[in-house]
Design a protein around this ligand. Sequence first.
Ligand code: CMC
Length: 430
Amino acid sequence: MAKNNETLTIIDNRTGKEYEIPIWEDTIRAMDLRQIKVNEDDFGMMSYDPAYKNTANTKSTITLVDGEKGILRYRGYPIDQLAQNSNTLETAYLVLFGELPNEKELDQWVYDIMHHTILHESLKSLMHAFRYDAHPMGMFISTVAALSTFYPGAKKIDNPEKRLLQIQRLIAKVPTIAAFSYRHSVGLPYAYPDNDLSYAGNFLNMMYKMTEMKYKPHPALEKALDVLFILHMDHEQNCGTAAMRGIGSSQVDPYSAMAGAAAALYGPLHGGANERVLSMLSKIGSKDNIPDFIESVKNGEQRLMGFGHRVYKNYDPRAKIIKGVADDVFKVTGRNPMLDIAIELEGIALEDEYFVSRKLYPNVDFYSGIIYQAMGLPISMFPVMFALPRTVGWLAQWQEMLTDDEQKIARPRQVYLGEGERDFVPMNKR
Ligand code: CMC
């Protein structure tokens, strides 16, 4: 794989031995370090990389994130072009299959997805059994896991047709699960899917339909949701996706793997950050309190939620697009006063040496919650709104992992620093 002159020479100063290691795509293979030993019976050298800060665990052709330049592309297409011109299911097809669909392929794909939107009534009863104040993300994670009990054929992960069927089911059913979890949390009867509507339009229908015969989504909100879904669809090897690949590598069914991925996303440092952004903004309460808040962040008392990213050291391109979507949504819903605090906060942070020197910019979660709140969603629904479209990315990455000959069950190594062997001490001698 490496070109002739692309090698790295390593001299082990413990032994004076020299090793020539191939370089491929600016990367060396960690297994090539294993030959570096002091004694023949040594285990060999490993790399130590907590939190995978500099370790690629896969090759991939799905998503490119260039964090220095603030670039995000799915299958080569810039995110802003997709957000402007595409819709959720068309982009989902691209992310999953690598190319934009032609008209016939898209029609078939839309049909295949929209005919799986209904949940088994027992699954609905299961959701109904949650406490009245259950967090919707907890309901979402549990219900996705429960899907595996309804579709035991999903265990056949080596069969491409069976895989595709589960992919279609999951993409079709996550909006229904998400909407039911919302309606449960506000005590409303669940609204069933309307397959005549678009993917985003149907989601709005299941969220907001009351007594009308046919729900008509507002076109501006439908478009805004499409854009938000596209922006959240994939983001290469983040915590949730790494969980999807890691769990999936044990060859478990995709429902179980995805429940784990969604659980990873729920954390406040990941997809749960959007929930925390809104709590933070309402706690700040007014522009006058921003300087004190910034000081407390700089003193290490708290984090500025919705800021910073492991990969982006530039403005997150998704945050830029979301800021534009906010205006379109507010024309319909009225302006969310939190936006003024957020804009002021961003402006002050981007001028402050603390944030500038650490290259901390707004990420996708900084503005998304403000839009969801304007659409009438409680903040507990925000992580669910992230998980819903990310389903596509998780499944694309899962399928790519399963069809990659080099992948095996994920099993990291450790550097053991504990006690050497010692004899058990009886209770009366401790
Ligand atoms: N507020 C204040 N300081 C920060 C922040 C922040 N939001 N983010 C990073 N820092 C500081 C951090 O204290 C550290 O400073 P120092 O070098 O003095 O110790 C430096 O910046 C580097 O931070 P880090 O924690 O080593 O960086 P990381 O790559 O491990 O963490 C992150 C990335 C996203 C977890 C982090 O920036 C963060 O906690 N942000 C807030 C939560 C958030 O918005 N998460 C959503 C991420 S985007 C959507 C998603 O992927 O789910």
